[in-house]
Design a protein around this ligand. Structure first.
Ligand code: HEM
Length: 180
């Protein structure tokens, strides 16, 4: 998994819980904390850090994943190069389509070892979108947070329902409704 995801996570922990907590966390996870945005690392290390942070703070891992997704959206978005399809994109649903059809594809072209999730779209109306999240990583709650961060970016409000299709959370149905 790309280092930017790790560096963003560590920035968030430092921001919300302080440097001491971040250092204790890295110690507990047996992690030297040396990540660069352009490097690539085993995603299980990120899972480990989230599990340790959950133990330390008493906050459920799923909530931590969600908050991480919400906060990382802005910075991921800021890394995007200028393109006309992005400039023309004005809604959460349009952006989610672009993530699947363009952004994650570019990520894979740029970094062969990257493995972003796949979205299989099922239905879409003006106010509702349904897709299946398929991932090797089981980070559906990061996905939830990213969707919420995306909606906030476009000044929209969404309600999201998630339904696991397997025990591990590699295949999850997302139903997003736009709310007034
Ligand atoms: C609505 C917006 C987005 C959603 C829902 C989304 C979803 C996700 C999720 C859930 C992951 C974690 C891996 C997994 O679950 O399998 C991920 C990874 C990633 N995403 Fe996105 N993403 C979004 C926008 C973006 C944007 C704007 C970028 C900008 C470049 C981006 C680049 C990446 C990268 C680099 C990874 C790591 C892939 C790897 O190293 O294996 N994503 N995305």
């Amino acid at each position: 998994m790309k280092g930017i995801i790790f560096t963003e996570f560590m920035d968030l922990v430092e921001d919300k819980f302080g440097l001491e907590t971040l250092n204790e966390l890295l110690d507990a996870a047996g992690d030297d904390g040396v990540y660069t945005t352009v490097g690539s690392y085993d995603h299980k290390k990120l899972v480990q850090l989230i599990v340790q942070l959950s133990k330390k703070t008493g906050i459920p891992a799923e909530d931590l994943q969600r908050v991480f997704g919400q906060s990382v959206f802005k910075n991921l978005h800021a890394t995007l190069p200028k393109s006309s399809s992005l400039d023309n994109c004005q809604t959460t649903f349009q952006f989610v389509r672009l993530v699947e059809d363009y952004i994650h594809i570019e990520v894979k072209k740029l970094y062969q070892e990257a493995n972003p999730p796949k979205f299989d779209f099922i239905s879409e109306t003006e106010t509702a979108m349904e897709f299946d999240y398929r991932s090797a990583r089981c980070m559906a709650h990061v996905c939830l947070g990213l969707l919420e961060g995306c909606a906030a970016h476009f000044g929209e409000s969404i309600a999201v329902e998630m339904k696991n299709h397997d025990d591990l959370g590699k295949d999850v149905r997302f139903k997003i409704a736009l709310v007034e």
